[in-house]
Write a protein that binds this ligand. Structure first.
Ligand code: SF4
Ligand code: SF4
Length: 422
C-alpha cells in the first residue's frame, strides 16, 4: 500500500461517521438521485449516478464496519480499494459533482449525498487524487488567501478605480464597523463594479464598513478539494481579521461556495462560535430594504430571469430575498422551470470551474441551463454568484447565445433611490 493510498484510506475511515454509515445502509437503490443530477440527465451515463460516485467509500464502510462486508472480503467476494480505482474515480468525485445538493433533495430515505461526496473528497485529496487545477488553487489560497493568487496590490488598484468612479473612499482596516466586506477572486478580477455597488449601498444606508488587507477574499478552495485542515487555515484568516477589527457582521460576497465556507463550515472548522454574524450580501440588502434604509426606484423594464446559485438558494436558504428585489425592480421578471431550491446548477460549482480537465463535461451539462433559458426566451439573466456568472458567460459564448448575465447587487445599486435617507 503506497503512502498516499494509506493516507486516503485513513481519511476515509475518519470521515465514516454515523450519518454516512446510516446513509449507506439505508440506500434502497431506487436511482432517483440519478434523475436529479445534471451530469446524469445531460449525458444519460449511469456512471454519474450520485450514489455510484461514492462506491470506493461505500466499500471501505462495508468491509471495515459491517459483519457481512468483513465476511465478503474474507472469502474474496469484495476487493480492497486500490490506488488505480481511486484514480479512476477522481473524475466522478470532482469533475462530475458540483456539490449542488439537488440529489440530496430527492432521496426518499433522506441520504445527504452531497455531504457524503464532500467527505469522500477528504480521502481522495489525502490519497493524491484531487485534480491539478484544484490543488494549485488551494495552494495559492493558503499562501496568498486567494485561489487565483490575487495580491493586495491588485485589490488596491480596484479600490482606486472604485473610488474614482463612485466618488467615495473605500475604508481599509477600519475597526468597530457594522460590516467587513469580502470579495471573491472573480469579483476582484472580473467584476470590480461589485465593490463599488456594495460601497454605494452601504454608504446610502448610513452603515459603517471596511475591507481588510489581511482578509479580502472569502473564497475557500480547501472546502472544494476536500481538506478540512486547509479549509480551516484559509477560513481562519477571515475569522481572525473580523474578530480583531471588531466587525459586527461579515458580508459574504456574490459567491456560492464562499457563503458555504464562511456561513456554515467556519464554526465547525474553528471548533467554536464566531464572534460576528455572517450574512450573504443579498441578506444584508434585504435587511436594509425591510428597514427602509434601501429604497428602489424600479424601471428595469425588460424580460429577465434569475439563476439560483446552488449554495446560496438550495444549500443556503437565500431564495426569497432576490425575488423580493426582482419583483420590485423588474415587472417582466420571469421564473425558470425548476427554480429556487430545485434549481439546476450552472455546472461549474464545487471546484469544477477550477478543474480544467472537466471543461468539456461542464459545457455538455450546460445544455440544461441553455434549455431553461431558451424556454423563457429572455435575453437577460441575473444571478448572485460570480462563479456562476463566469461559468454561464463562458458556456453562453460556447453555444453562441446572445444573453447578458448581471449581478443582482450591481442592479440594486443602479436602481436604488439615492440621497433619500428619510
Ligand atoms: S451534488 Fe449535484 S452534481 Fe453532485 S451528485 Fe448530487 S446532484 Fe449531482
Ligand atoms: S435516491 Fe437515495 S435511496 Fe435512491 S439510489 Fe440514490 S441514494 Fe439510494
Amino acid at each position: 500500500m503506497s503512502a498516499t493510498l494509506e493516507r486516503g484510506m485513513n481519511a476515509f475511515r475518519q470521515v465514516l461517521d454515523a450519518p454516512i454509515a446510516s446513509f449507506f445502509s439505508s440506500c434502497v437503490h431506487c436511482g432517483l438521485c440519478a434523475e436529479a443530477c445534471l451530469f446524469y440527465t445531460e449525458t444519460g451515463d449511469a456512471q454519474y449516478t450520485p450514489i455510484r460516485k461514492l462506491e470506493p467509500l461505500r466499500r471501505v464502510w462495508e468491509q471495515e464496519f459491517t459483519v457481512l462486508g468483513k465476511l465478503k472480503k474474507l472469502v474474496g467476494l469484495s476487493q480492497a480499494v486500490t490506488d488505480e480505482e481511486l484514480a479512476e474515480w477522481s473524475p466522478l468525485v470532482y469533475d462530475s459533482c458540483t456539490m449542488c445538493g439537488r440529489c440530496s433533495m430527492v432521496c426518499p430515505v433522506g441520504n445527504d449525498l452531497t455531504y457524503m461526496i464532500r467527505k469522500m473528497r477528504e480521502g481522495m485529496s489525502a490519497a493524491g487524487h484531487a485534480p491539478e487545477g484544484l490543488i494549485t488553487a488551494t495552494q495559492r489560497s493558503v499562501t496568498t488567501g486567494s485561489p487565483a493568487g490575487v495580491k493586495w496590490a491588485t485589490v488596491q488598484a480596484v479600490v482606486k478605480r472604485v473610488e474614482k468612479e463612485n466618488g467615495f473612499s473605500v475604508p481599509v482596516d477600519q475597526a468597530n464597523v457594522d460590516y467587513l466586506v469580502l470579495m471573491s477572486s472573480w469579483e476582484i478580477l472580473n467584476f470590480p463594479e461589485y465593490l463599488g455597488a456594495v460601497g454605494k449601498i452601504l454608504n446610502q444606508a448610513g452603515a459603517t464598513w471596511t475591507i481588510s488587507q489581511a482578509a479580502y477574499e472569502a473564497t475557500n478552495s480547501g472546502i472544494q478539494i476536500g481538506s478540512s485542515d486547509l479549509a480551516r487555515e484559509i477560513v481562519s484568516r477571515v475569522v481572525n481579521t473580523a474578530e480583531k477589527l471588531g466587525a459586527r457582521c461579515v458580508i459574504s460576497p456574490e459567491c456560492g461556495h464562499a457563503y458555504t465556507a464562511i456561513r456554515w463550515d467556519a464554526p465547525n472548522l474553528m471548533g467554536r462560535p464566531l464572534g460576528f454574524e455572517v450574512k450573504h450580501i443579498l441578506e444584508v440588502l434585504d435587511d436594509l430594504r425591510q428597514s427602509g434604509r434601501l429604497k428602489l426606484k424600479g424601471g428595469l423594464d425588460k424580460p429577465l430571469t434569475y439563476h439560483d446559485p446552488c449554495q446560496i438558494s438550495r444549500r443556503g436558504g437565500v431564495y426569497e430575498q432576490p425575488r423580493a428585489f426582482l419583483h420590485e425592480l423588474a415587472p417582466q421578471f420571469k421564473e425558470m422551470n425548476d427554480t429556487g431550491t430545485m434549481n439546476w446548477c450552472c455546472g461549474g460549482g464545487g471546484g469544477v470551474s477550477a478543474n480544467e480537465r472537466a471543461e468539456p463535461l461542464r459545457m455538455k451539462v450546460f445544455k440544461k441551463k441553455k434549455a431553461q433559458i431558451e424556454e423563457l426566451g429572455v435575453k437577460t439573466m441575473v444571478t448572485a454568484c460570480a462563479n456562476c456568472r463566469v461559468v454561464m458567460e463562458e458556456a453562453l459564448e460556447h453555444y453562441n447565445m446572445d444573453i447578458e448575465v448581471l449581478g443582482l447587487t450591481e442592479l440594486v445599486a443602479e436602481y436604488m433611490v439615492e440621497d433619500d435617507k428619510s
